[in-house]
Write a protein that binds this ligand. Structure first.
Ligand code: GAR
Length: 185
């Protein structure tokens, strides 16, 4: 039986797309669900194009343990790809070492509550870092903590801007996140 992955995403969903494409021909796993808190998220369009079930939920839904676990009853593994809400502890306990996240910086730097998307790259730029990268890690009850699975680095040049840093990091994400999911599922 293939392992069934649910991707949680709040935004454009470019990482979700990279993972969906990567697992299309996998014998081992399949993306079975796209779940989002944002009814306007671009990731929903990607789900429709790929014929993948969608699940749109509110904050109240996420706190409703029995309801929420029922929606995920046939899911083996959760991949956060630009998902911005904290994962409640009942969900962490229900999926031990089976929820992973990607963060667009070299944790433990530039992580924590409120550090997401361009805010991260602006902070990296403002700190005159000479390198940045990605961190893929297991999810625990705290933002951007949990055991690391993989880090990948990219250098920052004098001509880089927050936008060019964001582009470099996103390319790294698309290159490595599907592989990290495959080795972890
Ligand atoms: C990605 O860069 C991901 O690392 C980041 O959101 C972006 C989502 O892009 N996640 C965080 O900042 C979490 N703290 P996408 O919707 O195109 O995949």
């Amino acid at each position: 039986m293939k392992k069934r992955i649910a991707i949680f995403a709040s935004g454009a969903g470019s990482n979700a797309k990279a993972i969906i494409d990567y697992f299309k021909h996998s014998e081992k796993s399949t993306v079975a669900m796209i779940a989002t808190n944002n009814p306007n998220a671009g990731v929903l369009e990607i789900a429709i194009q790929n014929n993948i079930d969608t699940f749109i939920f509110s904050k109240e839904d996420l706190q409703n343990e029995s309801f929420f676990l029922k929606q995920l009853s046939d899911i083996d593994f959760i991949v956060l790809a630009g998902f911005l809400w904290l994962i409640p502890s009942y969900l962490v306990k229900h999926f031990p070492n089976r929820i992973i996240n990607i963060h667009p910086a070299l944790l433990p730097k530039f992580g924590g509550k409120g550090m997401y998307g361009m805010r991260v790259h602006e902070a990296v730029y403002a700190s005159h870092e000479t390198e940045t990268g990605i961190t893929i890690h297991f999810v625990n009850e705290h933002y951007d903590e949990g055991t690391y699975i993989m880090q990948q680095k990219v250098s920052i040049d004098v001509n880089d801007t927050p936008e060019s840093i964001a582009n470099k990091v996103l390319q790294l994400e698309h290159q490595w996140y599907p592989k990290a999911v495959e080795q972890t599922v």
